[in-house]
Design a protein around this ligand. Structure first.
Ligand SMILES: Cc1cc2nc3c(=O)[nH]c(=O)nc-3n(C[C@H](O)[C@H](O)[C@H](O)COP(=O)(O)O)c2cc1C
Length: 397
């Protein structure tokens, strides 16, 4: 296999930059068959048409040559004032010239980024993505990486210390929807569409994220067969990458997935054909959560929390039981009492966990008072599927 040569550009000149640090972490996590070379943007002057007309300055010529020589370019961008910082945009502007045959023309590009804020450079990344329309670069839609609260994820030497981010960079399987599709877990034809109504619109990123399905009155073996999985018997935790299954003392069985799950109606109809199923999903990246109940192939109710619609947002459909509505009302009241939008905590986000605890006795973030910690075992596909790293996925390897 020929090696994939990726060029990494960090859009910050700061020595202690989180984005430069993230690029170093990506370099270290590059899978076999891929190298990521970093190009320092410091010698690239501000774009000036007069200078360009007189001939590319050395730094610009070097940048264009490096992009041309690379099979793909990884843009690691900060976010300034809700947009792409000048350093990053300037590099892109130079590399978009001349309009015909530019270095970025038809080049595969990936976008990642870090910010100390809560959105992990999401808006900077979106703006950058838009610019690639004009440069005719092939911006990979997924997976994407938003490293939020970056100051907590790198040490003073700029080394990535956050295990989740590290795992994400080096993960054996993509956390994207494609990961779901390729690993053939519940139904290879029915990949997940979570339909989260967030303005950001994407649930991939770094942070706690998981989905789980609780099956009423059905044993582990039955659930795993239904899901097309096998029990490896290997103890694991719910919420780590991959699927984990546990039979609860009250007769429910939980199938948890550390990636994301299928909420597609067709899949849920099949899973719930013979009994009640609770499906739940939470993503700290966008602070969205969702729960729905299905019985005999029909959705009974669903509830979604999307903070971009308001701190107490709960979008309910169907016949939502009063005791569950009361949980939502309690969380919304708590949110208001703690300062609503101004509060550092999103209490309403807990809706999926709390509903799960009420209905089946299990929630991902707390032990059940009576049972203590529930023991999960890893569930695997019947046929082992080849594992590809996140970076490999980004560039199609
Ligand atoms: C001019 C300026 C504007 C900024 N605007 C934003 C912003 O819109 N969103 C955000 O999350 N962070 C913003 N920040 C904070 C940066 O994300 C933070 O400084 C970050 O560390 C910059 O990336 P670096 O660590 O790679 O240099 C801004 C910083 C500066 C200097």
């Amino acid at each position: 296999m020929t090696e994939l040569r990726v060029l990494g550009l960090a859009g910050s000149l700061r020595q202690a930059s989180y984005n430069r640090a993230l690029l170093r972490a990506a370099q270290a996590a590059a899978p076999a068959g891929m190298t990521i070379a970093a190009f320092d943007l410091l010698p690239v002057p501000l774009y000036n048409g007069d200078v360009e007309a007189a001939g590319d300055p050395e730094g610009v010529a070097a940048l264009k040559a490096a992009i041309r020589a690379a099979d793909a370019v990884l843009f690691v961008t900060p976010e300034y004032n809700h947009g792409v910082p000048a350093v990053m945009k300037n590099a892109l502007d130079w590399a978009s010239r001349p309009p015909r045959g530019a270095a970025l023309d038809a080049k595969p590009v990936g976008i990642i980024g870090a910010s100390p804020g809560m959105t992990g450079s999401a808006r900077g990344q979106s703006q950058l993505r838009q610019a690639f329309e004009f440069t005719n670069s092939y911006a990979m839609p997924q997976p994407e990486l938003l490293v939020f609260r970056a100051h907590e994820k790198f040490d003073a030497d700029g080394k990535l210390t956050d295990e989740t981010t590290e795992k994400y960079l080096a993960s054996a399987r993509s956390p994207s929807r494609r990961g779901w599709r390729s690993s053939r877990r519940l139904d290879e034809n029915e990949c997940g569409t979570l339909g989260c109504r967030t303005k950001l619109g994407r649930e991939d990123g770094v942070g706690f994220k998981m989905s789980w399905f609780a099956f009423e009155g059905r044993g582990k073996a039955e659930v795993l067969t239904l899901a097309g999985l096998t029990d490896t018997g290997e103890p694991t935790d719910a919420g780590v990458r991959g699927q984990a299954c546990a039979e609860l003392p009250n007769g429910w069985t939980v199938l948890a997935d550390g990636d994301e799950g299928p909420f597609k109606p067709k899949t849920m109809a099949r899973l719930s054909a013979d009994g009640r199923v609770l499906a739940a999903w939470m993503s700290e990246t966008v602070m969205c959560s969702r729960a729905e109940a299905w019985l005999e192939g029909k959705r009974l109710w669903s509830v979604i929390h999307d903070p971009s619609q308001g701190p107490d947002d709960l979008f309910v459909e169907g016949d939502f039981p009063p005791e569950l509505a009361a949980i939502g009302a309690r969380l919304a009241a708590l949110q208001a009492a703690e300062g609503g939008e101004e509060s550092d905590t999103d209490y309403v986000f807990e809706i999926a966990s709390e509903i799960s605890a009420t209905l089946c006795g299990w929630r991902p973030d707390q032990d059940n008072e009576a049972w203590g910690e529930v023991e999960f075992t890893r569930a695997g596909p019947s046929e082992a599927s080849p594992k590809r790293s996140w970076l490999a996925k980004l560039f199609g390897r």
